[in-house]
Design a protein around this ligand. Structure first.
Ligand SMILES: [Zn+2]
Length: 124
């Protein structure tokens, strides 16, 4: 996710609008250009066309990491079992043996990129 501010000029009066967005995109400037060109294509005769003044990234990577907790709890004895689950959303993963501080690898079911961060919604 990326948080950004888009400044837009309303061409017939010169007003500058500032709009805040949070989007899962890599190029907010391109996104803003496309949004404005869509607006201009759709705007009726009573609406003014708009122009992109600029964008400002206000926050990046505001995503939350999964809150991994080991199945069986902290004092679980069997070191060969390293199953983890996220207490927030419920997805599961594994830590490789001798993984140390290595991150938890999400289970196959949760490999998709969209599960990389925790959106806080219960998945299972
Ligand atoms: Zn999670």
């Amino acid at each position: 996710m990326i948080q950004f501010q888009v400044q837009i000029k309303v061409l017939n009066c010169g007003t500058i609008l500032t709009e805040d967005y949070t989007k899962d995109i890599s190029d907010p400037e391109q996104w803003a250009r496309e949004m404005i060109s869509r607006f201009n294509n759709d705007c009726g005769s009573h609406q003014s066309r708009r122009e992109l003044v600029g964008i400002k990234v206000t926050g990046e990577d505001m995503n939350t990491l999964h809150d991994w907790q080991r199945e069986g709890g902290e004092n679980y004895r069997d070191d060969t079992v390293k199953n983890f689950f996220c207490v927030t959303c419920g997805i599961t993963g594994k830590k490789l043996q001798n993984g140390g501080s290595n991150p938890v690898i999400r289970d196959f079911k949760w490999r998709a990129k969209k599960y990389h961060y925790c959106d806080g919604e219960r998945k299972c």
